[in-house]
Write a protein that binds this ligand. Structure first.
Ligand SMILES: *Cc1c(COP(=O)(O)O)cnc(C)c1O
Length: 461
């Protein structure tokens, strides 16, 4: 008898290769490689069909907060499923979605108290973009239809979300299908587009941003930004005060500020939401990944009275926000999200995070000394370690050499599951991770980086 019951791990592997098309995956390689199949979760650990354990170093794609199969969350889900599994928000209210919105309104920045539910980060961003534009239409400025976005930004994979993104390798194929945006320089200090250096940086990229605003004044509906850290772009951490300056510029040029807190929300940066570190209040905010603690798909686009009230009018005025998804406000997901918020308090999670963030900072300093580590970036409980072929010049490894992937394969042999962003190694564990587990994660990643960077690409092949 195996962990998977009557279906053998061999059969699962066969069916997986035969029928499942994996996201962001070259399936030809997938067919050839030996794959791990997860059948169980326990705290910060994933357990495969052979019973082998892996520390979940990326919180199951940045979603997990309180660990896997946390008893309180499981119970909340079971309790809810026996009451109501789903009922639509189109024309009806549902209990859990109402309580969750009221509860979220207590913790989101002041004034952000209107919640438009959807199912994932991409849809939350689609909603944000459409909401911002329709707001301009209702405000009598339909010519304000463009968006300012940042290079290296990531906002999801549906077409609108891709349009406001800025990662060439993911997005360039779909260019003919995308709408054009006004692309601002990324505050990527290690590889500054403006040729500035971190030591002498005066946030010249903010001046560049202002120039774009002046140039396009009158045609811009909104600006879209991942606050504090550009996640999928490589854990690119912004200089302190950057977000504040962006908010000031949005105010000066009357542009809606849309913050994408899909990755940063729910404690990841050490505060409930990243924008709270700088007391910035956006006009529209997207939340998803951690909202239901990694249990179920759920998202919301949050706004306040200014935007919301522009949509009010008689039915015949056509001011309705014509957007919605079938599973919007799903009661099971909302019930888990509510219990998750309770656990944040009960476990004193944000306070408990601070020593772990400090430990991460301390241990990351060791990585900086490694010969192929070009840059180390940390924002709360998220970090990126950028590996380079030449540390003196910052020359990147050719992407075809898959250095990041190879490091993660080494880590996997040592019982750690991680997933890189190009040549950047990611640290993004469940927030509940213990200091011992965090220490293990970092030791294994350090060793794996050393093994791979000392080995030639030919040896790997
Ligand atoms: C993951 C992510 C998204 C997309 O979320 P999905 O649930 O994968 O659609 C959007 N924005 C940011 C910042 C993300 O990290």
């Amino acid at each position: 008898m195996t962990e998977t019951g009557s279906i053998t791990p061999e059969q699962l592997r066969l069916w997986d290769k035969r029928h499942v098309w994996h996201p962001f995956t070259q399936m030809l390689e997938w067919q050839q490689d030996e794959q791990i199949i997860i059948v169980k979760g326990e705290g910060c650990w994933l357990i495969d069909s052979e019973g082998k354990r892996y520390l979940d170093g990326v919180a199951s794609m940045w979603t997990n907060v309180h660990g896997h199969c946390r008893r309180e969350l499981n119970d909340a889900l079971k309790e809810q499923v026996d009451r109501l599994e789903h009922s639509t928000l189109l024309g009806l209210g549902s209990e859990q979605s109402i309580i969750l919105a009221a509860r979220l309104a207590e913790i989101t920045p002041p004034g952000l108290d209107r919640f438009f539910y959807s199912d994932n980060g991409s849809t939350a961003m689609e909603v944000a973009v459409k909401m911002a534009y329709q707001y301009q239409v209702h405000s009598g400025r339909p010519e304000r239809s463009r968006f300012i976005t940042f290079r290296h930004a990531y906002h999801g994979d549906t077409l609108g979300a891709v349009s406001v993104g800025g990662i060439a390798i993911y997005h360039s194929t779909f260019k003919p299908l995308m709408f054009e945006t006004i692309l601002a320089p990324s505050p990527y200090c290690y590889r500054c587009e403006l040729g500035c250096r971190k030591e002498t940086c005066a946030m010249e990229c903010i001046d560049a941003l202002e120039k774009l605003m002046v140039q396009h004044a009158g045609s811009v509906a909104g600006l879209v930004i991942e606050p504090l850290v550009q996640g999928a772009g490589g854990m690119i951490v912004q200089p302190e005060g950057f977000l504040t300056r962006v908010r000031e510029l949005c105010d000066r040029y009357d542009i809606l500020m849309i913050t994408d807190e899909v990755a940063t929300g729910f404690g990841r940066t050490g505060a409930m939401f990243a924008c709270q570190h700088e007391n910035v209040i956006p006009d529209i905010m997207a939340i998803s990944k951690g909202i239901a603690a990694g249990y179920l798909p759920l998202a919301a686009t949050v706004t306040g009275e200014k935007v919301y009230s522009a949509f009010l009018g008689r039915y015949s005025e056509l001011k309705t926000f014509f957007h919605g998804h079938t599973f919007t406000g799903n009661p099971l997901a909302c019930a888990v999200a509510l219990k998750s918020l309770q656990l944040f308090e009960q476990d004193n999670l944000l306070a408990e995070l601070q020593p772990k963030i400090a430990l991460l900072k301390l241990r990351l300093a060791d990585f900086s000394a490694l010969p192929h580590v070009g840059d180390v970036r940390q924002c709360g409980m998220a970090a990126g370690i950028e590996l380079v072929a030449d540390k003196d010049t910052g020359t990147a490894y050719p992407w075809e050499e898959k250095v990041g992937i190879r490091v993660c394969l080494e880590a996997r042999k040592r019982g750690i599951f991680s997933r890189p962003l190009g040549n950047t190694i990611v640290i993004f564990p469940p927030l509940v991770i213990s200091t011992g587990e965090l220490d293990l994660l970092l030791s294994v990643l350090q060793e794996s980086i050393q093994v791979v960077t000392e080995q030639s690409f030919e040896a790997f092949q």
